[in-house]
Design a binder for this molecule. Structure first.
Ligand code: SF4
Length: 405
C-alpha cells in the first residue's frame, strides 16, 4: 500500500482517520476520527515544522488555539504534545485567564514540556498596567517567559505606537518574551502591509483562509511580510461567517474531498498549508476528535489539485454573503465609528459557525457596554451599501443583541 511519505500514514489509515464525520458542522475545525497511533516499533509520525520568519524558530504547522477549557482537558494537551502539535497559543482574555492557567498546570505536571512547546500569549493593551498583566499571565502559565507575545486583535497598524515599541523592547530585554508581534481579525491586509515596514515586528497572526488568500491585496501584503522576515500564522482558516448558508457547492465540495480521502474541513487547512509563506495554522481543537483529524491533515502530504481549489472557490463565491471579510474600516467609518461591526460579526460567527454559544456570549460581553447598548439604535444603511460582502448588517446586529446580550 502506498504510504504518504513523511506522514508515515498509509492512504487507507488517513481515510479511516478522517472518516465521514467531516460533513457535519463544527467548531471551525475538522470533525473526524482521531489520528491513529503508530505501529509498535515504528517511528512515530509527527506534525511537520516550518520556520517562523525572523524569529528563526521551527514551529509545528498546526498549533493549538487555547480558547477552550484547558484546565479540564489536560489529556488533550498531552495528546497534542505527543502528536507533535508543539506550538500552543493562548491569551489573557481566553476564559479570563483560565486558558493560561490550564497550560500552566500542564507545564507544572509535565517536566520538560515547557521546553518543547513554542508558547504564545496575547494581551489587549487597554485597561491596567501592561507589564503587571504580562507578569500575571506568566504566573498563570507557570513560566518565566513566552516564546512569542502578541498585542491582541489590533484593528489598524496605528495601534503599534512608539510606546508599544519601547515597551516591547524593554520586555524582550527583561527576558519576558523572545519575540513580539500582533494578532488581527480586522483590516488584515493593511495591518500586514504596515507590519512589513516595522522592523520590530517579528510575527503576525491574522485571519487568513481560502476565501481571502487569493486576493491581490492579501497576496501583496503577505509577500511584503515574507520579504521583511515577518513570520506569519494563519487563524480563522475555516472561513466561517456570521450566517450559515445552505449551499449546493458545499455538498458537492464535501463529496469531492471525501472521495479523495479527506473532509472539506481538512481541505480548508490544507489549502492554507499549500502556501509555504504561512508557517503555522492556529486551530481551536477542543476535543480529541478534532485534534486527531487536524493532525492527520497536517501529516498528509497529498497536494490539492487545481480542481480542488476551483471547488473551494465555487463554494466561497456561493456563500460570500454569509462571510464577514474583516474589512472593518469600511463599516466602522460608514457608521461614524459608532459600532465595530466586524467585532460583532465575529461573535455571531462563534455562535453560528463554531457552534460555541458560550464563547460567543463571552466575546460579546467583552465589548464596551455602551456599544452593546446602542447596537440596535444605529442606522446601518450606508454600511450595508458599502459592505463588499453584501451582509444584512441591520438584521445581524439585531440578531446579535437578541442572541448574545
Ligand atoms: S464591511 Fe461587511 S464584510 Fe467588511 S467587516 Fe464590515 S460587515 Fe464585514
Amino acid at each position: 500500500m502506498k504510504r504518504n511519505t513523511k506522514a508515515g500514514l498509509t492512504r487507507r489509515e488517513f481515510v479511516k482517520t478522517v472518516g465521514l464525520a467531516g460533513l457535519a458542522a463544527g467548531t471551525g475545525a475538522s470533525q473526524a476520527m482521531a489520528a491513529p497511533e503508530p505501529q509498535a516499533g515504528a517511528k512515530a509520525a509527527t506534525v511537520p515544522k516550518r520556520k517562523l520568519g525572523k524569529t528563526g524558530a521551527e514551529v509545528s504547522i498546526l498549533n493549538l488555539g487555547g480558547m477552550f477549557d484547558t484546565i479540564n482537558n489536560q489529556l488533550l494537551l498531552k495528546q497534542a504534545r505527543k502528536w507533535g502539535v508543539t506550538y500552543w497559543d493562548t491569551a489573557e482574555s481566553y476564559g479570563n485567564g483560565l486558558s493560561e492557567e490550564g497550560f500552566g498546570r500542564f507545564f507544572a505536571r509535565n517536566p520538560g514540556a515547557r521546553q518543547e512547546i513554542f508558547l504564545v500569549t496575547k494581551l489587549v493593551p487597554k485597561g491596567g498596567n501592561l507589564t503587571e498583566r504580562l507578569e500575571k499571565s506568566l504566573k498563570r502559565l507557570q513560566t518565566d517567559h513566552v516564546d512569542l507575545f502578541f498585542i491582541h486583535a489590533i484593528c489598524g497598524i496605528d495601534e503599534m505606537t512608539p510606546a508599544i515599541k519601547d515597551w516591547a523592547a524593554a520586555m524582550k530585554k527583561a527576558g519576558k518574551f523572545k519575540n513580539f508581534g500582533f494578532s488581527t481579525h480586522t483590516s488584515m491586509e493593511d495591518c500586514l502591509a504596515g507590519a512589513a515596514k516595522l522592523d520590530w515586528i517579528d510575527a503576525v497572526m491574522m485571519t487568513y483562509n481560502f476565501r481571502l488568500m487569493h486576493t491581490p491585496k492579501m497576496q501583496e501584503a503577505v509577500n511584503a511580510c515574507v520579504k521583511a522576515g515577518v513570520g506569519l500564522v494563519a487563524m480563522k482558516t475555516q472561513g466561517g461567517g456570521p450566517v450559515t448558508c445552505d449551499s449546493e457547492a458545499e455538498l458537492k465540495m464535501a463529496g469531492r474531498f471525501l472521495e479523495k480521502g479527506f473532509t472539506d474541513k481538512q481541505t480548508r487547512l490544507k489549502a492554507v498549508w499549500e502556501n509555504p509563506q504561512i508557517a503555522s495554522i492556529c486551530s481551536q481543537m477542543p476535543n480529541l476528535t478534532i485534534l486527531g483529524a487536524n493532525v492527520a491533515a497536517a501529516r498528509d502530504m497529498t497536494k490539492l489539485s487545481r480542481g480542488d481549489f476551483d471547488s473551494l472557490r465555487e463554494y466561497a463565491q456561493e456563500t460570500a454573503c454569509g462571510y464577514c471579510a474583516g474589512c472593518g474600516h469600511i463599516c466602522l467609518s460608514a457608521v461614524g465609528g459608532a459600532v465595530p461591526v466586524s467585532e460583532v460579526m465575529r461573535c455571531l460567527m462563534y455562535h453560528q459557525d463554531y457552534g460555541e454559544p458560550e464563547l460567543a456570549r463571552l466575546t460579546f460581553a467583552g465589548l464596551p457596554a455602551e456599544i452593546r447598548q446602542r447596537l440596535t439604535a444605529v442606522d446601518y444603511t450606508q454600511a450595508e451599501q458599502a459592505c463588499p460582502q453584501g451582509l444584512a448588517i441591520t438584521a445581524l446586529m439585531r440578531q446579535a443583541t437578541e442572541m448574545l446580550a
